[in-house]
Design a protein around this ligand. Structure first.
Ligand SMILES: Cc1cc2nc3c(=O)[nH]c(=O)nc-3n(C[C@H](O)[C@H](O)[C@H](O)COP(=O)(O)OP(=O)(O)OC[C@H]3O[C@@H](n4cnc5c(N)ncnc54)[C@H](O)[C@@H]3O)c2cc1C
Length: 329
């Protein structure tokens, strides 16, 4: 057990900025490091990411390891497996936390396999018991939560679901920033990103959004989804959708919230004409305030709503938009 060597968190950049989950992992990493001993080291790869690295140091990482260069411009599994494995070999941490992003879910098991250690995937809570990390992870579509104790070889590894921890907001940390060399074999670099095609999404991205308004099949027609867009615009919110309307082709998959879409954790989540199937709930139930608008008083969404409006959304939503506009004027 490498107790005392602290925790390594893997940060991901979005261009020259940080993905919000990177700051969430600083909070999670600090919590574990306080119990395991040692500090929090962050590792990040990318191009022109000095600002992102400084932000990690300012937000509370004791040390930031930076792999800068062309090879790290895109997150490919081979390169990031090498980067994270070598960062672990260098720092010998007691625990490693990796973002539960699409990329993280791809390279984390490869790193664990290369090192011959276990991995708890998609964790939403972390604790330490008798020197071992205990990770809570939802299973069976979120109906049940299991606690997994990571006994055995170190480091103890987990991927962490976005939105599960508060973002570290500190700005006066003075962690050190160090450039590292990563040796990459031909095997590590055999997958190349040829082109990135940006989906033509209007409005804010769901990732890290503070407010989200999502619409479901209750809107009946794709054109009626404009009501959701209007409410989102009035609230300064991002637009989300249930899988029913994504499958119907009304909205892009990037807007889907739930088990097979995005996991979000905004301060405010407004569900319009969404029944609240468990596969939707697992993607948004950790929101601070949930407002549901549905004409069926028995809709499951009301079981987790902080505020519920039972009524016809075609009457309720325009009235709410008017009230919001008056309140914000
Ligand atoms: C493996 C698997 C993965 C899945 N992943 C996801 C996922 O990631 N995200 C997801 O969302 N779903 C997912 N689903 C689908 C999920 O089970 C539901 O089918 C889906 O969430 C239903 O979408 P909905 O609430 O928009 O539609 P519905 O369940 O049809 O609900 C529509 C709601 O609108 C209300 N309504 C109708 N008219 C009005 C009106 N005029 N005014 C007010 N309310 C009205 C109705 O009362 C109803 O509650 C998944 C399913 C499976 C099997």
């Amino acid at each position: 057990m490498a107790e005392g060597n602290g925790v390594l968190i893997v940060a991901e950049a979005a261009g020259s900025d940080l993905r919000p989950v990177s700051l969430e992992l600083i909070t999670a990493g600090r919590q574990l490091a306080d119990a395991l001993g040692g500090g929090v080291t962050a590792v990040i790869g990318g191009m022109a990411i000095e600002d992102a690295a400084q932000r990690l140091a300012a937000a509370g990482a004791d040390k930031v390891l930076v792999a800068d260069g062309d090879a790290f411009a895109d997150v490919t599994a081979g390169v990031w497996t090498a980067l994270v494995t070598q960062a672990i070999e260098r720092t010998q941490p007691a625990a490693v936390l990796i973002p539960g992003t699409t990329a993280g879910r791809d390279y984390a098991p490869r790193v664990a396999a290369r090192l011959g250690v276990g991995l708890a995937a998609d964790c939403v809570e972390l604790a330490v018991e008798d020197g071992a990390v205990v990770a809570v992870r939802p299973v069976l579509g979120g109906r049940v939560q299991t606690a997994v104790k990571l006994a055995g070889n170190t480091p103890q590894m987990a991927t962490v679901r976005a939105g599960s921890f508060e973002r570290a907001t500190g700005s006066d940390g003075n962690g050190s920033v160090e450039l590292i060399d990563v040796s990459l074999s031909d095997d590590d670099t055999r997958v190349k990103v040829l082109e990135l095609v940006q989906e033509a999404a209007a409005g804010q991205s769901l990732e890290g959004a503070d407010r989200i308004v999502s619409g479901g099949r209750g809107l009946k027609e794709p054109d009626q989804f404009k009501l959701v867009e209007d409410l989102a615009a009035a609230l300064g919110a991002a637009v989300g959708a249930s899988r029913a309307v994504v499958d119907a082709g009304w909205r892009p998959h990037s807007e889907q919230v739930g088990q097979t879409g995005q996991t979000v954790s905004p301060r405010l989540y407004v569900a319009v004409g969404i029944s609240g199937a468990v596969q939707h709930l697992v993607g948004m139930q950790s929101s601070d305030y949930i407002v549901a608008i549905n004409r069926d008083p028995d809709a499951p969404i009301f079981k987790i709503a902080s505020f519920g409006i039972v009524g016809d959304l075609f009457e309720v939503v325009p009235a709410v938009i008017d009230e919001v506009k008056v309140a914000r004027a």
